[in-house]
Write a protein that binds this ligand. Structure first.
Ligand code: MOS
Length: 745
C-alpha cells in the first residue's frame, strides 16, 4: 500500500479481469462467432507426402446433402504471385492455396467442402477421392542429413557466427567434451485449435480468427488475395492459447475467405485436432553437436555449437538453437552454425521459446558433462563462467541478476546437500537424482500504440490492437492504466484484438507486455495531464484556478495537492464534459537501448525419481528462480512460469511427433498418442523471482515472461536422470525404453 492508502496496482496479484467472462462462457473465441447465414468449411487433406494430384473426384461430395461448394486446385482463383505475395520469412508463410496440383507433404490441404452444417460438410469431405502420381518422399531426417544446406539467416543473425580466436581457445584448453543431442518434432496442441470465420460485405472482409497477431493477419490476407489492407478487419478478442502456432497465418485462413467469397455467405473453418499435425507448423527436429573446451579450473576457452534442423521442401524455417551459446556463458572464443534439411513435411514454425527451448537442452547437458569431466559441481561450473556481457557481441546486459537466481533457487532446493557421485541417492526402489539448468530468453520489444479515453460515465476505456493469448494482457494492461492514471482498476476497461484499434505487434517472442505496456503508460500519462488541465480550467471544478502542477488524480479523485479537501470525483468532470476525452500515444524502443543486450534469466533445479526396474521417471520437485525484470502481476507471472516449467517437463519426457519414415505420415496425430502431461504427471513446482526492474530496457522495467519458463528445464531434467542413474540420455524425449536399467546392486 502507498501512503495515501491506495493499492500500488502494478505488480499486485490482481485476478484476471477477463476471468469471469472466461469461466461463464461469455468470452467468445474465433469459432464461436456466428454471423447470419454462416456455413461450414471442412478441409480435405492429402494422404501422400509427395507427388501430384492426377484426379480429384468431387462429384459425390458436390451432390451430398447441404453441400454448397467444393474448392480445389481446379476452381481456385488464381492469386497474385501464385499465392505467395505475402511471403515474408520467418512469419509470412508459403501456404497451400490450391494454386497447383503438387503435394509437398502428408496432410496438405487439397480441397475444402462447404456445406450448410458442419455435419454435412464433414460427411461430404469424406467422399472426395484423390488419385496421385506419387514421387519419392524425403522424410527420414537422419538419412537426409547429407543434403544439409546453409540457410540465409538464423534468428535474424547470419547462420554462421564466430568470435574470438578459435586456435587460441583450443591451445589453452585442457579438457574437451564433444556431445551430440537431439530433439524431436513436436506439434502445437493449445486447448483451442486454429479457427477462422470469414465474412464478406461487398468487397470488405471481416475475419474472426484465433491469432497472436491481428494486424499481421490483415496484412497477409490482404496481400495474398490482392485486396487493400483497409478492406480487411480482423477480430480476435480471446485466444485459447497461442505459443507460436498462431503467430503466422496458415492456409485455412485464406481458404475460408476464398470460400466465403464464392458462396456469398460467411464460412467457418476449424482446424481439428488431427489437422494440427499437418497444415499448421510445429517445432522442428534438431540434431545439435556441442564442443566445449576448458581449463582444468573449469574456465571455458572455446565453445562450438552446430545445429541441423528440418524444414519443408518449399520454405526455410530455421530453429536458431545455437543463439543461446553466443550469450549465456562467458567464453572469449566460439563458433556457431545452423544448417537445414528439407523434408516432405509442412513447414515447421515457432514453438514456445524457439531456439532457446531446444538449444538450452543441448547446452545444459554439455555443461553437465563438462562438470563431471572436471569433477566440479555443475552449479559451481556455471558460476565460474558467469557472463557479465554477451560473449559474442561484447554488449553489456541491460540488467542481469542470474547470480541471485542461482543462490535463491539452490537454497530453496537444498542443492548443497547433493552428493557428487551418480546413483548415490535412493528411496525404496527408486534412484533419486538432482540436476541444474540455466533458463534464458531474449527480451524483445517493438513499436506499439494505445488510446485512453475518459467516458462521460466516468469510466476509462483503454485500447490497443494487441492480443491476449491466455497470458493476461487484459489484466496487466488494466493495472498499468489504472496506476498511471490514478484511478481504481474497476474504473478501467481494456480492449484489444481488433485491427480497428491502434496498432500493436505480434504477441510472440514474449514481447506483448514490454511493447504494449509502455504505449498504455504513455497514453494514460497524456490523458492524465489533459484531465488535470481541464479540471483547473473548469469554473465548475473545485480545482478551478489552480496550476495543473498543483493538482493530482488519485483513486479516481481530482485533488488539489496543497488543500486536499478541494477535490471532486473524476466522474463529475466526465459528466460535465458530456463527451469522451481521449489521448493516443506510441511507444517504441530508443536507439540508446541498443547499447545493451537484453535477456531474462533463471535457475532451474529438478529432482527426478527413477524406478530401477521399470525406468519410469517421476519428477517430485522443480525449484526455479527467475530474473525477468519487473513483474506487472505477481499472480499471472507465476502462472506463466509454472506453465512454462510444465511444458519443459513435457518436452523432456513426453512430447514426440512420430513420422512414419516409410510414408511420411505422422502416426500419432491425436491427443491419445501425442502425450502431454496431465495433473498426475506434475508434482511440486516452486517458482520465485528476484525483482529488479530493467529500466535500460523500457520505462516500466519489464522484459516479458512468456517463453523463458520452458527453457533450461529439459537440460536440468536430463542432468538429474544422469545423476540418479549414471545414464546420459541426450535424445529427447527421455522415455523409459531409453532408460531401462541394467539391474546393479
Ligand atoms: Mo512464442 S514461439 O509465440 O511462445
Amino acid at each position: 500500500m502507498k501512503d495515501d492508502g491506495l493499492p500500488n496496482v502494478i505488480g499486485a496479484p490482481l485476478d484476471r479481469t477477463d476471468g469471469a467472462a472466461k469461466t461463464t462462457g461469455a468470452a467468445r473465441y474465433a469459432a464461436e462467432f456466428a454471423p447470419a447465414n454462416l456455413c461450414h468449411g471442412v478441409m480435405v487433406l492429402s494422404t501422400i507426402a509427395h507427388g501430384r494430384i492426377v484426379d480429384l473426384d468431387t462429384s459425390r461430395a458436390q451432390h451430398a446433402p447441404g453441400v454448397l461448394f467444393v474448392l480445389t486446385h481446379r476452381n481456385a482463383p488464381k492469386l497474385p504471385d501464385h499465392g505467395r505475395a505475402a511471403v515474408k520469412p520467418p512469419a509470412g508463410r508459403v501456404l497451400s492455396l490450391f494454386q497447383d496440383d503438387i503435394v509437398h507433404y502428408d496432410r496438405q490441404p487439397i480441397a475444402v467442402v462447404v456445406a450448410d452444417t458442419l455435419e454435412h460438410a464433414t460427411a461430404a469431405a469424406a467422399l472426395v477421392r484423390a488419385n496421385y502420381a506419387k514421387q519419392p518422399a524425403t522424410v527420414d531426417f537422419n538419412a537426409a542429413r547429407g543434403n544439409a544446406y546453409k540457410p540465409k539467416e538464423a534468428g535474424q543473425k547470419p547462420p554462421d557466427v564466430e568470435w574470438g580466436d578459435a586456435a587460441a581457445g583450443e591451445r589453452t584448453a585442457e579438457v574437451h567434451v564433444d556431445v551430440t543431442c537431439s530433439t524431436p518434432m513436436q506439434n502445437h496442441n493449445p486447448i483451442e485449435p486454429h479457427a477462422t470465420v470469414a465474412a464478406w460485405e461487398g468487397d470488405r472482409l471481416t475475419l474472426y480468427d484465433a491469432t497472436q497477431y491481428v494486424s499481421g493477419v490483415r496484412e497477409t490476407v490482404s496481400k495474398t488475395l490482392g485486396i487493400p489492407a483497409d478492406n480487411v478487419r480482423v477480430i480476435s478478442p480471446f485466444v485459447g492459447g497461442g505459443f507460436g502456432c498462431k503467430g503466422s497465418v496458415w492456409s485455412h485462413v485464406v481458404l475460408a475467405a476464398i470460400c466465403a467469397r464464392n458462396v456469398q455467405r460467411p464460412v467457418k473453418i476449424v482446424v481439428d485436432r488431427q489437422q494440427m499435425f499437418g497444415p499448421v507448423g510445429g517445432r522442428p527436429q534438431t540434431s545439435q553437436r556441442i564442443e566445449l573446451r576448458a581449463t582444468r579450473e573449469g574456465t571455458l576457452t572455446h565453445v562450438r555449437h552446430d545445429v541441423v534442423s528440418h524444414t519443408s521442401d518449399f520454405e526455410d524455417f530455421v530453429e536458431p538453437s545455437a543463439l543461446i551459446t553466443q550469450m549465456l556463458y562467458a567464453c572469449p572464443n566460439g563458433a556457431t552454425t545452423h544448417r537445414l534439411v528439407k523434408l516432405n513435411t509442412g513447414t515447421p514454425t515457432f514453438q514456445r521459446a524457439p531456439g532457446e527451448a531446444t538449444g538450452s537442452f543441448a547446452l545444459e547437458v554439455a555443461l553437465d558433462e563438462l562438470a563431471y569431466a572436471l569433477k566440479l559441481d555443475p552449479l559451481d561450473l556455471r558460476l565460474r563462467n558467469y557472463a557479465n556481457a554477451e560473449s559474442q557481441s561484447g554488449k553489456p546486459f541491460s540488467s542481469k541478476h542470474l547470480r541471485e537466481c542461482y543462490t535463491q533457487a539452490a537454497e530453496r532446493f537444498g542443492w548443497s546437500k547433493r552428493p557428487p557421485a551418480t546413483g548415490a541417492m535412493r528411496k525404496g526402489n527408486a534412484l533419486i537424482g538432482w540436476g541444474v539448468g540455466t533458463a534464458t530468453y531474449p527480451a524483445h520489444r517493438m513499436a506499439a500504440s494505445a488510446r485512453a479515453a475518459l467516458q462521460p460515465d466516468g469510466t476509462i476505456v483503454v485500447q490497443s490492437g494487441s492480443q491476449d493469448i491466455g497470458t493476461g494482457t487484459y489484466t496487466v494492461m488494466t493495472q498499468v492504466a489504472a496506476e498511471t492514471l490514478g484511478v481504481p482498476v474497476s474504473h478501467v476497461r481494456f480492449e484489444l484484438g481488433d485491427t480497428t484499434l491502434p496498432d500493436a505487434p505480434v504477441s510472440g517472442g514474449s514481447m506483448t507486455a514490454a511493447s504494449v505496456g509502455p504505449a498504455v503508460q504513455a497514453a494514460c500519462q497524456k490523458l492524465r495531464a489533459q484531465l488535470l488541465e481541464r479540471a483547473v480550467a473548469d469554473p465548475s471544478s473545485p480545482l478551478h484556478g489552480l496550476s495543473s502542477s498543483r493538482a493530482t488524480l488519485d483513486g479516481g479523485w481530482l485533488i488539489a495537492l496543497d488543500e486536499t479537501h478541494r477535490r471532486e470525483a473524476l466522474a463529475a468532470l466526465a459528466g460535465r464534459s458530456g463527451a469522451t476525452i481521449e489521448a493516443t500515444a506510441e511507444a517504441k524502443p530508443r536507439d540508446e537501448d541498443k547499447r545493451f543486450a537484453a535477456h531474462s534469466f533463471g535457475a532451474v533445479f529438478v529432482e527426478v525419481s527413477v524406478d530401477r526396474d521399470l525406468g519410469e521417471i517421476r519428477v517430485p520437485r522443480v525449484v526455479a528462480t527467475y530474473d525477468v525484470g519487473r513483474r506487472l502481476n505477481a499472480k499471472t507471472a507465476r502462472s506463466q512460469l509454472q506453465g512454462g516449467i510444465v511444458w519443459g517437463l513435457s518436452f523432456a519426457l513426453l512430447e514426440h511427433t512420430i513420422l512414419d519414415t516409410r510414408v511420411g505420415r505422422i502416426v500419432n496425430a491425436n491427443l491419445a498418442e501425442y502425450h502431454v502431461p496431465v495433473n498426475a504427471d506434475i508434482q511440486d513446482i516452486d517458482v520465485t523471482f528476484v525483482d529488479n526492474p530493467d529500466l535500460n530496457f523500457n520505462p516500466l522495467g519489464i522484459r516479458g515472461i512468456g517463453e523463458i519458463g520452458i527453457t533450461g528445464v529439459a537440460g536440468a531434467l536430463s542432468n538429474a536422470v544422469y545423476h540418479a542413474t549414471g545414464r546420459r540420455i541426450r535424445d529427447l524425449p527421455i522415455t523409459l525404453d531409453k532408460l531401462l536399467l541394467p539391474r546393479t546392486a
